[in-house]
Design a protein around this ligand. Structure first.
Ligand code: FES
Length: 570
């Protein structure tokens, strides 16, 4: 017997000895795990360091993330510098442009994957590296459910391009150029030539679309370091942010600073305030509702948004609500400047991943420099309060949203006859048919494009019929249960709930029915008698669920847009 035989076996408390593979013998599991990690060149000194998972969304299918390997390397370096051990791992990457029918159908898949991979693998903290539209919301949802210490770093926006002396950027200018092409102003050669300058570098769309919006809102939620959202993807600022996030990840592992201790009601209200102030994407309303539910909160997102929108002006001059691009915002001081300008409207007691309150972080943040006009003060804003409207009424009993800051203001009080399209496919097939005889007064209704019916594609901003576009019409009222790209604009009423596939009144609209949009009153009404609608309801049949697989699971379990379109079992 050796002198050590009566000593208790020392079980290391390193994360590597947790979350064990189940072989019915934990000591063997630990032995085997270390054997395989030794084979990767890691010794016990490495393995006793804090393990920092780095969940990334690198994919050739997500061109917006093509620079992400370099960013992940920067995060790794930060982790190593702070004494941690980085373990990067891929999660599904949802590239907005290459997925059919819509990345929204897969947001919850990514959220589930992130949650499960955080919980199934040994890690003391996790860095979430996302960017393209659904990736950061899904990663936040998964991280909140896992509740392991977590911090987000966004991919960062592209730089803008230039075509024939005109600055261009994805994707507001993609849409504007395409509308001019449909109207006959740009021929086939023009539109093809312009294409090469719309997304000229790695990074996410460089207007205030969903990716930029969610990157900035993640800071407002407290889940990213203040000032990291806006640095252009190819810039040194972006890489230095990555290193800083890696260093901070080791600290939050030590502090056991968990997402649900950060994302409370104050964080959600701060995010909603920021959303309105930056003229951000309507998609964020859905994502914030899902994030709030994953955080265990029971806020009424639309009621909160309505109240916050009434007191919050637009302070950032960025497309589609304004004229600039994200690199301009960064040059004007970046996302930190936005929060500093908004400080009187924010709850500064809200905790952050910095380990101190938002107010403490902002106390050392310089005010917006007066040489710039991109980020304004709330006393000298870019636009009025009320940039996002919440609508309710007989056509949207559970609510709908409209981004007023990017519309034809004359249409915000409008009554017109409905032109009904049964689905996005039906819209694509018939919208340009002159036989429909649509006029600028018509209200284009697109249904069966909600979460249950179709995974909620960005089909809400229906194109102006070609013959009206060629006559100079640039905006019409459009109403749907779909979403709209954050880069788009127009008088587009979105997320009508309940959706048509759930039996909402949207399913009962007929061609020619009158609809009234009254934004000042917060109303969207179908001017059809109740007994007529009751008779139509008798004939309505819900769409059948897909036969198998993910789409069936999604159809059977996804909730309404107003509730975040998350699964009922999450
Ligand atoms: Fe990826 Fe716009 S398509 S962020």
């Amino acid at each position: 017997m050796s002198e050590h035989d009566d000593q208790p076996v020392v079980v290391r408390t390193s994360a590597v000895d947790g979350q064990l593979t189940s072989y019915g013998d934990p000591a063997f599991s630990r032995f085997l795990r270390r054997a395989f990690l030794n084979s990767a060149g890691l010794d016990d000194d490495d393995l006793d360091r804090p393990i920092i998972g780095i969940a990334h969304t690198i994919s050739d299918y997500t061109t917006c993330h093509r620079h992400m390997p370099q960013l992940v390397d920067a995060v790794r370096r930060g982790v190593l510098e702070a004494g941690g051990l980085p373990f990067s791992f891929p999660v599904p990457s949802l590239g907005e442009i290459l997925m059919s029918p819509t990345t929204m159908l897969y947001r919850n898949l990514l959220a589930l994957t992130v949650e499960e991979l955080i919980l199934a693998q040994p890690m003391d903290a996790v860095v979430l590296v996302g960017g393209c539209d659904k990736t950061i919301p899904a990663m936040l949802m998964g991280a909140l459910s896992a509740d392991t210490p977590a911090i987000v770093i966004a991919a960062g926006p592209m730089y803008s391009g230039n075509w024939r002396g005109q600055r261009l950027g994805a994707c507001t200018d993609c849409r504007n150029l395409w509308a001019r092409h449909r109207a006959g102003e740009l021929d086939d050669d023009d539109i093809t030539e312009s294409r090469a300058q719309l997304a000229p570098t790695g990074g996410t769309c460089m207007v205030m679309g969903t990716a930029s919006t969610m990157a900035i809102l993640t800071e407002a939620l407290g889940m990213a370091l203040i000032g990291t959202a806006t640095a252009p993807a190819p810039s040194g600022d972006r890489l230095r942010n990555g290193v800083a996030v890696g260093r901070r990840a080791v600290a939050i592992a030590d502090e056991q600073l968990r997402p649900r201790s950060i994302v409370g009601e104050a964080a959600i209200r701060n995010a909603l305030t920021t959303l309105v102030a930056i003229g951000g994407s309507t998609n964020a309303v859905i994502h914030l509702a899902a994030i709030a539910k994953r955080a265990g909160l029971s806020l009424s997102m639309l009621d909160e948004l309505a109240e916050i929108s009434r007191r919050t002006p637009l302070i950032v001059d960025c497309k589609p609500a304004g004229s600039g691009y994200l690199p301009d915002v960064h040059a004007a001081g970046g996302s930190g400047i936005i929060f500093k300008a908004l400080v009187d409207l924010l709850d500064t007691e809200a905790p952050t991943v910095h380990g101190v309150s938002l107010g403490t972080v902002l106390s050392v943040q310089p005010a917006p420099p007066n040489w710039q006009r991109v980020v304004r003060s709330i006393d000298d804003p870019v636009g009025p309060v009320g940039g996002l409207a919440v609508l309710r009424g007989s056509l949207a009993p559970d609510g709908a949203v409209l981004k007023c800051s990017a519309t034809n203001q004359a249409l915000l009080l409008h009554t017109g006859p409905a032109a009904v399209f049964e689905s996005p496919d039906d819209l694509a097939a018939r919208i340009d048919d002159p036989a429909l005889g649509l006029t600028p007064d018509h209200i284009v209704v697109v249904r069966n494009a909600g979460p249950i019916a179709a995974g909620m594609p960005e089909a809400g901003s229906a194109p102006i019929p070609r013959y009206l576009a060629q006559a100079g019409v640039t905006d019409m009222v459009r109403v749907s249960d779909a979403r709209m790209s954050g880069t788009a604009s127009g008088t587009v009423v979105l997320h009508v709930s309940p959706e048509a596939a759930a039996g909402g009144p949207l399913a009962l609209v007929h061609d020619g029915d009158l609809i009234t949009l009254d934004v000042a009153a917060g109303r969207l009404d179908l001017l059809v008698d109740d007994d007529v609608l009751a008779a139509r309801k008798q004939d309505w049949v819900p769409p059948p669920p897909p036969e198998r697989g993910w789409r069936r699971l999604h159809h059977l379990h996804v909730g309404s847009a107003t509730e975040g379109a998350d699964f009922d079992f999450c």
